[in-house]
Design a protein around this ligand. Structure first.
Ligand code: KG4
Ligand code: ZN
Length: 340
């Protein structure tokens, strides 16, 4: 470590993952995530339980991150934390902890917008990985978010499309739940879909204006379809599981790609950076590869550990803000609804 190196400890606690990371400039030294398994039994995140689990996890997770990085607390340049958006009870744990630690160590505190962090995760340095060029379009798809953002600079971002109801990950998870698959169902549905016929069953593509998305209708359509078909044949799901999964996945990918293509057409930008847990989906990856080959898009997907909720992405924003001297003061408060 050189004396002018910037060492950031980053804390993320916006939903159900307690995460801490240590960065030296734009490189990740450690990236620790404690995923809260308690929610599995409920088939979704229970906010009160998430908050309590963050309180239990935050100290050991931070210790682990510092230990893995080989960094002592007195070597830290600043503390970065997620201010929002997210679940209030969850955000409060990380925010309070970050504020106390920064005060105790007498170092700067840096507030980070979780949605900006998903996008700026692309700028984490990894063996000279290719970074998106400004301006680019960011598609952020996860269990909590679905957005298309026009990114003109590190902190010049404009949301040009977003979901009006459920996030895309919820569409995967809720459809999977209807089919009796375990939570979170997205990855399981994806696996089964790869052995099925995507055209076996047809589900409606919602008509939503502009670049916005809607996914709640799909969940209802899947529910009614399954109820109707199992009424005729109680073993319908078992007999057709792969085909149902493939058809649901095909519909979701169509919804996303249709709007992404529209955004490319309207902005003329063909640099596409994709982030969020749903970017692991094989159908989306295939469509993006096709667009790269056939439409001349340049596509970027970060390493999986930087694309699901994590603290390394909070740390890279912390580093970029540190360079600009953009610090928060001790009156900073968590914000559940917090736009880019
Ligand atoms: O980014 P993430 O880890 O957490 C947030 O929600 O912020 O994303 C989790 C979401 C879940 O809904 C999960 O089912 C979905 O990403 N997911 C997938 C796949 N892998 C994760 N959905 C579809 N296909 C996948 N392969
Ligand atoms: Zn997220």
């Amino acid at each position: 470590m050189k004396t002018k190196d910037v060492i950031i400890l980053a804390i993320e606690s916006s939903c159900d993952d307690t995460a801490a990371a240590v960065l030296c400039n734009d490189r990740v030294l450690s990236n620790v995530v404690a995923t809260q398994e308690i929610h599995e039994a409920y088939g979704g995140v229970v906010p009160e339980l998430a908050s309590r689990a963050h309180q239990q996890n935050i100290v050991p997770v931070i210790h682990q991150a510092l230990k893995q990085a080989g960094v002592e607390k007195n070597e830290l340049s600043a503390i970065a934390f997620t201010k929002g958006p997210g679940l209030m009870g969850s955000l409060l744990v990380g925010t309070s902890f970050a504020k106390s630690l920064a005060m105790g160590l007498n170092i700067p505190l840096i507030e980070v917008n979780h949605m900006q962090a998903h996008i700026l995760a692309h700028f984490i340095e990894e063996d000279n990985n290719k970074k998106p060029q400004f301006p680019f379009l960011a598609l952020t798809i996860s269990g909590g978010h679905t957005q298309i953002v026009k990114v003109n600079g590190f902190f010049e971002m404009e949301v040009i499309g977003q979901t009006q109801d459920d996030a895309v990950g919820e569409a995967f998870d809720k459809s999977a739940k209807i089919l009796g698959l375990p939570y979170p169902g997205g990855p399981v549905l994806d696996k089964l879909a790869q052995q099925g016929n995507p055209r076996a069953f047809e589900f409606p593509i919602p008509k939503v204006g502009g670049l916005d998305f809607s996914f709640s209708g799909l969940k209802t359509a899947v529910l009614y379809f399954v109820q109707r078909e199992t009424g005729k044949d109680p073993e319908f799901i078992e007999k057709n599981l792969n085909d149902i999964c493939a058809s649901v996945q095909y519909t979701i990918v169509q919804i996303l790609m249709k709007k992404l293509k529209k955004a490319v057409k309207e902005t003329g930008i063909r640099e596409i950076a994709v982030g969020g847990g749903v970017s692991a989906n094989s159908g989306i990856r295939k469509s993006l590869t096709d667009a790269r080959n056939n439409l001349g898009w340049k596509t970027y997907i970060p390493k999986f550990e930087y694309t699901t909720d994590n603290a390394a992405m909070i740390g890279i924003v912390g580093y970029l803000k540190y360079l600009e001297g953009d610090f928060a003061d001790q009156r900073v408060a968590a914000k559940a609804r917090y736009s880019i």
